[in-house]
Design a protein around this ligand. Structure first.
Ligand code: ADP
Ligand code: MG
Length: 232
């Protein structure tokens, strides 16, 4: 509730999304909304459409039907150029399989979004180092992705998604390769970011301990969101 007693307007809102991959209907009527400063967990069985939903909300994949609204504008209708600009300035994405750039060291992977936004190399590397430290990965700064464990790579991918101070973060099973201590460290940092910076976080997870950090949880089943949202 805001000072007028109204429920806050969601930063991101998806309505009745339908998306097929060939003949495979990954989404068949999924609706979610995420507010600024809120962590929304998306759970559901493997193959239920979680990653496809995240890709639609982050403007990476266009839904076949339904709408995605971000800050009052229809993302699904934006021209590609505007969309990729918005993704760069406003969104941070952690893909399910990390997708770090193999030729770059950990710190340069994290610094890359800042360099693309025009930050000087020295300042970008310094800020990247701070984010790696926050995720407990400072010691891996000069290693390349091929030299990192799955959990280390996951922390680097998270640092890269957060380094620009995005308004919305989309994280696809960001703790899947982490042990419970590292998972807690990552989720604590993510929760602080949502609270302190008002970042909207959409978090896909299989893990109940990770979902417990969320403000709300929504379940997907066969590409559709279940009507009842479960409050953690
Ligand atoms: P989840 O993340 O919940 O495991 P996904 O969104 O990855 O679910 O996938 C939902 C369904 O769509 C699955 O049946 C999956 O096999 C299918 N699918 C996802 N991506 C593709 C793709 N690029 N091409 C074909 N089928 C896909
Ligand atoms: Mg997935």
């Amino acid at each position: 509730m805001n000072t007028k007693g109204e429920a806050p307007v969601p930063l991101i809102q998806a309505c009745d999304l339908v998306k097929a991959h060939g003949r495979n209907e990954a989404l068949r009527g999924a609706s979610v909304d995420v507010r600024a400063g809120e962590i929304l967990a998306v759970t559901g069985a493997s193959g239920s459409g979680k990653s496809t939903l995240l890709h639609c909300l982050a403007g990476i994949v266009r839904p076949d039907r339904g709408s995605v609204t971000y800050g009052g504008q229809r993302l699904d209708l934006l021209p590609e150029k505007r969309l990729s600009e918005l993704r760069r300035t406003d969104f941070g994405v952690v893909f399910q399989f990390g997708q770090l750039i193999p030729e770059l060291t950990a710190v340069d992977n994290v610094a890359l979004p800042l360099l693309l936004a025009g930050t000087t190399r020295a300042a970008a590397r310094e800020r990247a180092g701070e984010w790696l430290e926050r995720f407990g990965a400072r010691g891996q700064q000069e290693l390349r992705p091929g030299e990192l464990s799955g959990g280390q790579a996951q922390r680097v991918a998270l640092a890269r998604a957060l380094v620009t101070g995005p308004k919305a973060v989309f994280a696809d099973e960001p703790t899947g390769a982490l042990d419970s201590l590292a998972g807690e460290q990552v989720m604590t940092a993510l929760a602080h970011t949502a609270r302190d910076s008002g970042t909207a976080v959409l978090l896909i997870t299989h893990d109940a301990r990770t979902a417990a950090y969320a403000d709300r949880e929504v379940r997907l089943s066969d590409g559709a969101t279940l009507a009842a949202e479960v409050t953690s």
